[in-house]
Design a binder for this molecule. Structure first.
Ligand code: 15L
Length: 277
């Protein structure tokens, strides 16, 4: 039987990387984004929906005939509070509620390392279910995303898996990413595990590759059946040649959230200055 998976934020960085990798013969990908998406390629089994994740009627329609949702939509970087509140927090509520109304049983939510960014690396390997310690408005939204997922799992018996993604790019871009990298192929393996593992209930797992320098636990992700096949170490020489040896005293190396814990990401103060307060 052909299944239909809805991917929100399909035009974004992770969505674009997942589009070819989550394709399967017995699957239609319904790709949703507020931005324009590339049309279906030759033989590609996709449906394109251009709408906002904050539009309940549109999301209910987008959830029709869908067996699971991979929710990647929302701002992927720090933003002013009003944007984070509307797009990331209200948007996630809307996706979950639309899914519930359409009887969808499984939702995979993109969370982030920035939900726990103020934890120091010196505190040891970051375990699964680390208590929230967000580093930014964006980080707070990811905590809220997880809380919403928990609510919908407990109250409505939905399976909701929150993936605290490290850094999902084609290749690690700096020395921090040698620790936080999730290769696109591993990302697809992890999302497949999230979609297929039997009756997970509510889970919070790290989304990273089995990097030699990784800071995060893979235990809970492995329990879902995820097996990483990649390691950022193959890029270590070229990354270090370009960026220098990692400096253990830098923000990038001492906090899980890296430079996001620093003053450049203090959005409230920036907003106040802009408003002349
Ligand atoms: C994230 O959550 C962001 O969406 C992404 O752009 C990266 O900055 C990543 O975290 C990271 O920490 O590397």
């Amino acid at each position: 039987m052909t299944e239909r998976i809805l991917i929100t934020g399909a035009a974004g960085g992770v969505g674009t990387l997942m589009r070819p990798r989550l394709a399967a013969d017995d699957r239609i990908l319904r790709l949703l984004d507020i931005a324009e998406l590339p049309a279906a390629g030759d033989g590609e089994r996709v449906e394109i929906v251009q709408t906002s994740i904050t539009d309940m009627a549109a999301m209910e329609q987008a959830c029709e005939g869908v067996s699971a949702v991979v929710h990647l939509g929302g701002h992927s970087l720090e933003q002013v509070w009003s944007q984070i509140l509307e797009v990331n927090i209200n948007g996630t509520y809307t996706v979950l509620e639309a899914a519930r109304r359409q009887g969808i049983k499984r939702v995979v939510l993109a969370s982030s390392n920035h939900a726990v960014g103020f934890f120091q690396k010196a505190e040891g390997e970051a375990g699964d279910y680390l208590f929230p310690r967000p580093d930014t408005n964006y980080g707070v939204s990811k905590v809220a995303v997880e809380a919403l997922g928990s609510l919908f799992a407990d109250r409505y018996g939905m399976d909701v898996i929150c993936v605290r993604i490290g850094s999902c790019f084609e290749r690690p871009k700096d020395t921090r990413m040698l620790s936080t990298w999730l290769s696109p192929d591993d990302g697809a393996r992890l999302f497949e595990a999230c979609l297929t593992t039997p009756a997970p209930g509510f889970r919070v797992v790290w989304g990273i590759s089995d990097n030699t320098r990784r800071w995060f636990s893979l235990d809970e992700a492995r329990k879902l059946g995820y097996e990483s096949k990649d390691d950022s170490e193959v890029y270590a020489d070229e990354v270090i040649a370009a960026h220098g040896e990692p400096d253990p005293s830098s923000l990038a190396q001492s906090y899980l959230g890296g430079v996001w814990v620093g003053p450049d990401f203090d959005t409230a103060i920036k907003e106040a200055k802009e408003a002349g307060r």
